[in-house]
Design a protein around this ligand. Structure first.
Ligand SMILES: [Zn+2]
Length: 311
């Protein structure tokens, strides 16, 4: 049974696991990202962490899921805004050298998560699906004709940075009015904070209003929170409708922190999609919740290791 190391890198935590080609996770560990330090220390820390996992057999490769932008061919992290100490880190080379030359593969985190959901989660059995993560940011992993769509620099699927309002708010990518500024968890929280004076429930929030506070107020029947959730749902419906017209997918699988509000949000998005997609394509697509939950990061990295090692 081939085993693989899986590494999921995030702005606040790094999770590592060892898993089989059947998608079973045999051991996993998690550390806060800053604990791994910068540059060479990151590589030493990751290598130690992987070697500390229980290893019931030989390991055939390593898959890494990391926020973009990155250079997957060169195995290099470029300059993700939430990983300031890792810029230009040659992560696959450094990790492979420290682990006896094991093949090591790097993938954009949303693409990796999409590969995990396609293989073992809510996209299983389809040949055409799009995974969308709605969290602090928004990203997509695209599977078309049973192939992972990576693009020329492995950065395809930057759905959150599709500009929907060129006069809109500045985005950390340098442009204005990206989808992320309208419908991400960050955007929902920011809108809640901006409108807190209009809502007794939001006004009672301690500290800055977050998307969690907005959804809580919404569930309690708050009118302002309902308008904010509807606003985000409108833009997600636009995005999902556009993806439907572009890729004619069987499923759009929605994961990420904001989607923990599951049906509350998705039912609204589905209702709003009709004006943004052609009727026949809309009939063919199901918008569903992701299935892998908190393991999606390492399961995605595991899928990356298997997929790339098989080529
Ligand atoms: Zn942007």
């Amino acid at each position: 049974m081939p085993l693989y190391y899986a590494v999921d890198i995030g702005g606040t935590k790094v999770e590592v696991a060892i898993g089989s080609d059947r998608g079973e996770l045999l051991d996993k560990k998690r550390v806060p990202t800053p604990e791994l330090g910068r540059d060479e220390a990151v590589l030493d820390g990751l290598s130690d962490l992987l070697q500390s996992l229980a290893r019931p057999g030989d390991v055939a490769g390593i898959g890494i899921a990391c926020p973009g932008p990155l250079d997957a061919i060169a195995g290099r992290v470029l300059n993700p805004s939430n990983l300031p100490g890792w810029h230009q880190l040659a992560i696959t080379k450094g990790l492979s050298e420290r682990l006896g030359g094991l093949p090591c593969y790097l993938e954009n985190d949303a693409t990796a998560a999409g590969m995990g959901e396609w293989r073992w989660g809510a996209g299983a059995g389809t040949r055409n699906m799009v995974y969308v993560t709605v969290s602090t940011g928004i990203g997509a992993g695209i599977i078309a004709e049973a192939q992972v769509v990576r693009g020329v620099g492995d950065n395809a699927g930057e759905l959150g940075h599709v500009v929907v309002d060129p006069q809109g708010l500045p985005c950390h990518c340098g442009n204005r009015g990206c989808l992320e500024t309208k419908a991400s968890g960050t955007a929902i929280g920011r809108e809640g904070e901006r409108r807190r004076g209009e809502s007794p429930r939001l006004l009672a929030t301690e500290g800055p209003v977050t998307s969690v506070d907005v959804f809580r107020a919404f569930e309690a029947g708050d009118r302002v929170a309902a308008e904010i959730v509807d606003g985000a749902a409108h833009w997600l419906a636009w995005a999902f409708g556009t993806l439907t017209n572009l890729f004619n997918p069987a499923r759009i699988v929605v994961g990420g922190g904001v989607s923990e509000n599951g049906e509350t949000l998705l039912s609204r998005v589905r209702e709003k999609m009709a004006p943004f997609a052609m009727a026949d394509l809309l009939t063919a697509v199901q918008v569903v919740e992701a299935k892998l939950g908190g393991d999606v990061g390492v399961m995605g990295a595991l899928a990356v290791a298997m997929d790339r090692a098989a080529r």
